[in-house]
Design a protein around this ligand. Sequence first.
Ligand code: ASP
Length: 339
Amino acid sequence: MESENISILIIYTGGTIGMVKNPKTGSLSPFDFDHILKQVPELNKFGYRLNTITFDPIIDSSNINPAFWIKLVKIIKENYDKYNGFVVLHGTDTMSYTASAVSFMLKNLSKPVIFTGSQLPIGTLRTDGKENLITSVEIAAAQQNSQPLVPEVCIYFENKLYRGNRTIKYNAEYFNAFTSDNYPALAKAGIHIKYNYSVIHYPTVKREFDIYTKLDSNVAVLKIFPGINRNVVASFFNIKDLKAVVLETFGSGNAPTQEWFLDEIEKAIKRRIIILNVTQCSAGSVDMGKYETSLELLNYGVISGYDITTEAAITKLMFLLGQGLNNEEIKKNLNKSIR
Ligand code: ASP
């Protein structure tokens, strides 16, 4: 396809990439999007049709919530047929949560949705924002035989393209803010952008694109630690309307075997709270039953999260609960890859 026939929608939601320093307080706050396009005139050189939508208000991604995700997928749906790909500019702090949630909320996606942002505002001399934005646009536009090269929800950052729902933000200082320890990069950008085709998901049948717009946020994360006491665990499971919990465990899914702890787990499961076991490690997988310390959890009905990230686990639970599925259906879906 000729480059002038390729159209990309850039959706600007906020984040450091478009922030400016408040001269009074010295802290960073979001600025308007014109600022970004003025800073990156190079984008016009691609020859693509580039349009932008700016969120109102633009936000620091620490303020992201399910209502924001719903708004975002609705924008993608409204514009789906008009564009070849989408680039979403988003704060890095919760980008992995948003990319995970959005991946679940988009049904039969066959176009690229590339999230990016930056560690330094785009107007600063050493910004990483320019390269991130320019390469994300190039990836969103990349095609072979009129088919997109990466029809997935991804995060592009520094020089790597990751499957969005496999990422975590692990670095608050250096430009390589994200990692995906349990799934290889879909592409690496150097002098050339090298795509790793064998790990990119290509839909085999073309089905109609749609979105899901229901999420249930009666979920919570319980990170266990040595010394966690009964008061903490009991109060946690007594949270009003709590429906599902991501239990962040040690290593390959291990937790204390003290009777009181298992007692609280058993009580919660009897109250039909879903408990998903996710490791605190950023690489590797939960393997319940490998040690005695996880066998008990398995026996009580805790579900294995295998190698899922906490970000994907919490958003997948919100998504599945939002679909009004019963506990058995939710458990089945937790044990398989739905995107
Ligand atoms: N606080 C910012 C945000 O997530 C950080 C960033 O964009 O890097 O919106």
